[in-house]
Write a protein that binds this ligand. Structure first.
Ligand code: NAD
Ligand code: KPL
Length: 303
């Protein structure tokens, strides 16, 4: 069965090239005819691994192509997910599956509400990739991909194709806990790196802030029923700060490059959930306000 991959950005290209080179049928779905023409002129997608670049001539189309879509990897940013998925609604076959690769939380529910007859599979990725040119992606960090449908233990048979393509993965019925845990790490680290204009490791200079945020986030996770995701959160935040000490967080990089952030689906989601559960989260709320002010000062979107 064909893998349709919507979004030939960093992660979409990383998945598409690995599936393609394993001999699996892949089609890219690009934004518009101009993008499609530019892509075709380039001859395909290039994947750079260990300094070596390889071109893969993957077929591509736009959303208004006619062929039905049975399996879709939605590889756009969280703020584009609902509209991007909806643009394919007329093509989604009965029983179609969409793998949602978005970071944070909130966009997955929006897609599911918009496309109620589709099976949404949630994913959380810790792999790293970035684009260093048009239709070119650099594989920047080994990681893992968790996929799952909350409460469903049975993995789909096509997971074997990810194995075949060398995409590190595991199925988890507790996928929401994985997404919440990553969201909490992103909330404890990323906004502070933007506000202090620093690398992840420099947050060791603000131990009280990191501790207070971790503690509020753990309370929030427990309040949302994600007790497993709350376990030893502060320890894990400190471990990630150490392990990624030399890196700039993804949000820092978005802001530095004048790109829209996924704030609504990270810190924004955390603050909204706290309100919905009647939890007081003064540190998170203050951080959210400061981050919004920082984005506004730079003329970046606040959602
Ligand atoms: P990206 O911006 O590199 O790629 C997204 C692509 O989607 C862009 O090419 C954009 O043009 C395309 N797109 C958006 N709407 C579209 C539409 N309607 N039709 C066709 N194409 C459309 O983003 P990314 O870095 O690959 O991130 C995707 C998600 O994965 C984000 O939620 C991100 O937080 C998460 N993530 C990324 C990484 C990473 O290393 N890049 C790691 C872990 C998680
Ligand atoms: O995922 C991250 C990011 O930069 O988005 C880490 C490195 C874990 C920091 O939160």
């Amino acid at each position: 069965m064909t893998w349709h991959v919507l979004g030939a950005g960093s992660l979409g290209s990383l998945w598409a090239t690995r599936l393609f080179r394993a001999g699996l049928p892949v089609r890219l779905i690009l934004r518009n005819p101009e993008q499609l023409a530019s892509y075709r002129a380039s001859g395909g997608l290039s994947l750079v691994e260990n300094g070596h670049s390889q071109l893969y001539p993957i077929a591509a189309e736009t959303a208004d192509s006619a062929a039905p879509v049975q399996r879709l990897l939605l590889a756009c940013k969280a703020y584009d997910a609902e509209e991007a998925a909806a643009s394919l609604a007329p093509r989604l076959a009965p029983g179609a599956e969409i793998i949602l690769l978005q970071n944070g939380l909130g966009s997955q529910d929006a897609v599911a509400a918009r496309l109620p007859r589709v099976r949404c599979i949630l994913a959380s990725s810790t792999e790293g990739a970035f684009r260093d040119g048009p239709w070119r992606v650099v594989f920047a960090g080994q990681g893992h991909n968790w996929l799952g449908v909350p409460g469903q233990e049975q993995a789909p048979a096509w997971l074997g194709e990810l194995q075949q393509a060398g995409i590190p993965h595991a199925w988890s019925a507790a996928i929401l806990a994985k997404l919440w845990r990553k969201l909490a790490l992103n909330c404890a680290i990323n906004p502070l790196t933007v506000l202090h204009q620093c690398r992840n490791g420099d947050l060791r200079d603000w131990p009280q802030d990191v501790q207070a945020l971790s503690s509020e986030l753990a309370e929030l996770l427990r309040g949302c029923g994600q007790t497993e995701a709350a376990d030893d959160l502060h320890k894990e935040v400190l471990r990630v700060i150490d392990a990624t000490a030399a890196n700039y967080s993804s949000m820092y990089q978005d802001v530095a490059q004048g790109r829209r952030t996924e704030i609504t689906y990270l810190l924004g989601h955390a603050c909204r959930q706290a309100r919905q559960h009647g939890l007081a989260t003064p540190q998170l709320d203050a951080l959210h306000e400061r981050l919004l002010a920082c984005l506004a000062a730079r003329g970046l979107p606040l959602v």
